[in-house]
Ligand binder design. Structure first.
Ligand code: HEM
Length: 402
């Protein structure tokens, strides 16, 4: 002990009665040790303030207010399954298709890959539903405009993860993503400078150089960005406070956040449990990419779109928008459809909180929530957002080839 440390206080002497009680007390059970251990971990990690002592309105312990948490859990599982897949995947344009095809035919690995694939759809659907819940309850007003913008960045990151993930599968559908990227670069005159032409994509070593950036984005850059944005999103919700659902009468009662985590767990088990079951069913690998000599499309004059190979749902609106601008306005190259669609979607979402004229507080009833006088412009922005997704997806369904 150093001179500066105070002497430890002496423990008070125990009375005979106390000593007798201690001698008769039951020995600690496993449950006691577990509770003591849990309390110690909570103390050391300082999680009490975040869970058991963090009180939230009981009205938010409902399905619609639990979807953001289910989304977070789905994203964590997506990252875990992605880490497992990274143990087998190699971003080599000559081998990647064969690797994913092999994984899809191997017992355990096929479940991991299928779960990763189907959960991406669930994440997309949850982002949409969560965003609409936040929109209707006006949870972006006043001091929560920044929170909404972090949400927009999250939605964009999720979309980029879908696109880069689709590329890594490296079937003809996966090849379509860099194929369209070369068209975007061609439209601004950069494709030849950056060696990003269709010819480059049909040459295995050069295509490998173009596949690697998608790999780096999908397995490292975007997941790290996503986790940082989620941390920021949760922090802001805690600091700014959650809105109250106007369709419930406010009771003024509060409950520990642990009750909300229980809701997350229940809904996650139901939704992601169903996805796990679906993941046990076999899924085909898709057509081989045309750069491989064994592909049925080898030597084709057409790109993936011309061959009728269109993107899967969360991305399909991009191809549909390309078709739409060609058919409706004769635009060439058609990739402008994707560019225009993305700009419209982003501007519409970013603008929502600034177009809403309902004041700093959330709507308190259906009349206020549906008031076109106060929220008309914000509704228009949401209509533009959905119009791009719906027009693109429907056009893609009706006239996919092109
Ligand atoms: C992609 C991953 C996302 C995750 C993991 C996530 C998670 C959450 C969670 C857990 C909540 C608490 C309440 C609830 O669950 O309903 C919440 C609230 C909120 N989220 Fe998200 N969110 C995401 C995306 C988005 C998007 C795309 C937007 C909007 C563009 C958004 C905007 C907001 C806002 C403004 C709130 C506060 C709402 C209120 O006070 O009622 N979030 N988010």
């Amino acid at each position: 002990m150093t001179d500066t440390q105070p002497a430890a206080p002496k423990a008070p002497a125990r009375s005979d009665e106390q000593a007798g009680q201690a001698a008769n007390a039951a020995p600690p059970t496993g449950a006691d040790w577990r509770h003591a251990f849990r309390d110690r971990v909570k103390d050391q990690l300082g999680v009490r303030g975040m869970i058991s002592e963090y009180l939230i309105p009981v009205e938010t312990n409902t399905f619609w207010y639990s979807l953001g948490g289910v989304l977070g859990i789905a994203l964590v599982l997506e990252i875990v399954t992605g880490m497992l897949l990274a143990l087998r995947y190699v971003p080599d344009a000559g081998r990647a298709y064969g690797i994913t095809k092999t994984l899809l035919n191997e017992g355990g690995w096929s479940v991991v890959l299928n779960f990763h694939y189907w959960t991406a759809y669930v994440i997309f659907a949850l982002v949409m539903v969560h965003m609409m819940r936040v929109f209707f309850s006006g949870g972006y007003r006043g001091a929560k405009k920044g929170l909404w913008q972090i949400g927009v960045a999250l939605a964009g990151t999720v979309f980029l993860l879908s696109i880069t993930g689709e590329t890594l599968h490296w079937d003809e559908r996966g090849l379509a993503v860099p194929w369209h990227m070369s068209e975007i670069l061609g439209a601004v005159g950069l494709d030849k400078t950056l060696h990003y032409t269709h010819e480059d994509l049909l040459n295995v070593p050069k295509a490998t150089n173009l596949l690697v950036p998608y790999y780096a984005m999908h397995v490292a850059i975007l997941p790290i960005l996503l986790l940082a944005l989620i941390a920021m999103h949760y922090y802001l919700i805690k600091v700014k406070g959650i809105s109250l659902p106007f369709w419930h009468k406010p009771s003024g009662r509060r409950a520990p956040f642990s009750t909300h985590i229980r809701e997350w767990t229940i809904y996650s088990t139901i939704i992601l449990g169903a996805i796990l079951v679906v993941s046990f069913f076999h899924r085909a690998a898709g057509p081989e990419p045309q750069l491989l000599p064994t592909s049925e499309f080898y030597g084709s004059e057409e790109g993936p779109g011309g061959l009728g190979v269109v993107p899967t749902f969360p991305i399909s609106w991009t191809h549909g928008m390309n078709r739409f601008v060609t058919i409706a306005f004769g635009m060439d190259p058609d990739i402008w459809g994707t560019v225009i669609g993305m700009v419209l979607i982003t501007v519409a979402l970013v603008a929502v909180p600034y177009l809403d004229r309902g004041g700093p507080y959330e709507p308190r009833n259906w009349n206020e929530a549906l008031s076109l006088q106060r929220r008309g412009w914000a509704y228009l922005a949401i209509v533009v957002f959905w119009a791009v997704l719906i027009v693109g997806s429907v056009t893609n369904l009706i006239t996919p080839i092109g």
